[in-house]
Design a protein around this ligand. Structure first.
Ligand SMILES: [Zn+2]
Length: 147
């Protein structure tokens, strides 16, 4: 996986010109969701929200790494998608989870830690698979989720 350049994001980047959720975006920090393994926090999802249109934006943070995303500005999410975390039963540690965008139903192309692309089935914003589970970020704001 490309690690990008570890671009340090300032609040100005979040108001960036690349993607605007509405005419007058006012992006404010909403809450974190911590990701725990054996009661130890290994990472988190930072959740931001536009005060005007209420759209949510999420950023994946692995413990000890400033930023692993290679996009500048708010990551785009479509109206029919929700932010979710995929949990793999096949992986350990930081490779066990990943921030994704889930549609209500269908198939998600999921890239594993060893760069294989899997087709995972989604039913009602949940991944239905023998080796993967998921949860919605919005259901766990300000909480820790044990994976
Ligand atoms: Zn907005």
């Amino acid at each position: 996986m490309m690690q990008g350049l570890n671009i340090t994001k300032s609040s100005e980047n979040y108001m960036g010109e690349i993607y605007r959720c509405c005419d007058n975006p006012q992006i404010v920090y909403l809450a974190p969701v911590n990701i725990n393994i054996d009661e130890r926090t290994i990472g988190s999802v930072d959740v931001w929200r536009c005060a005007v249109c209420k759209k949510k934006f999420c950023e994946e943070k692995q413990l000890g790494i400033d930023s692993i995303t290679d996009t500048v500005g708010m990551p785009r999410i479509e109206d029919d998608e929700k932010w979710g975390v995929v949990v793999s039963k096949l992986q350990k540690g930081k490779d066990k989870w990943k921030l994704v965008k889930l549609k209500q139903n269908g198939i998600i192309k999921y890239e594993t830690a060893d760069e294989k692309i899997l087709d995972l089935k989604i039913e009602d914003y949940n991944i239905v698979d023998d080796y993967h589970t998921s949860f919605l970020v919005e259901d766990h704001l300000n909480r820790a989720v044990e994976i």
